[in-house]
Design a protein. Sequence first.
Length: 178
Amino acid sequence: MTFPQAHYAFEVPALAELAGARTVTPGRMLALLREVRSGARIATLAAAWDAGTIDRTTLATAMKSVWHHGDGAVPFLEATRPTWWRLFRAAAFARDGVHGEPPAAPVRLYRAAPEDRREGWSWTENPEFAKFFLRYFAGSVLWTCTVPPDRLLAAMTVNGETEIIADVAGLDVRRAGP
C-alpha cells in the first residue's frame, strides 16, 4: 500500500518519513499524523499499518487521535466503514489507546441521532451524556442497544466522558424511553 499523495507542502516531510521508515513509535506516529491534513489521516494510518511500519500498540494509540482529532471532521466522511472496522479490529479492543479486554458481558449503550443514523458507531454508557447530542441533528432521538463484547471496538475518554465505539449493525437498536 502506498501513502496518500501530499496535497500541501507541509505534508511532504511527514509522508516522506513514513514511507521510508522501518518502524515508528506511538509518539512519533502521533506527531507525524498532526502534520497531515485531517482528510488524509486515516488513509495515512492505514498505509502505515499495511506497510508494517507500525505495530498494534501504535495503531491503537493513533486510532483515538484520528477518530477524535478535534477539528470538527466526521470520521465516516474521511474513510469507509470497512476501513475503520479493519483498523479497529487490527488494533484489538483498546481503552484510550491501551490494549485490554472488552467487558465480559453485553453492555447497554445509548446514542442520540436521527433514525437514519441510529446504527452509528459512537455510543456511551451514560444516557444523560447521550441526551446532550439530541440538539446536534434535527429529528434526533435517544437510542439504546445492548451490545455484545465482540461488537465493542474501542473505548475513548474525551472531556471526561467515555465514548464507546461499537458496531451495532443488525442488532436490536430501539428508542430509549419516550
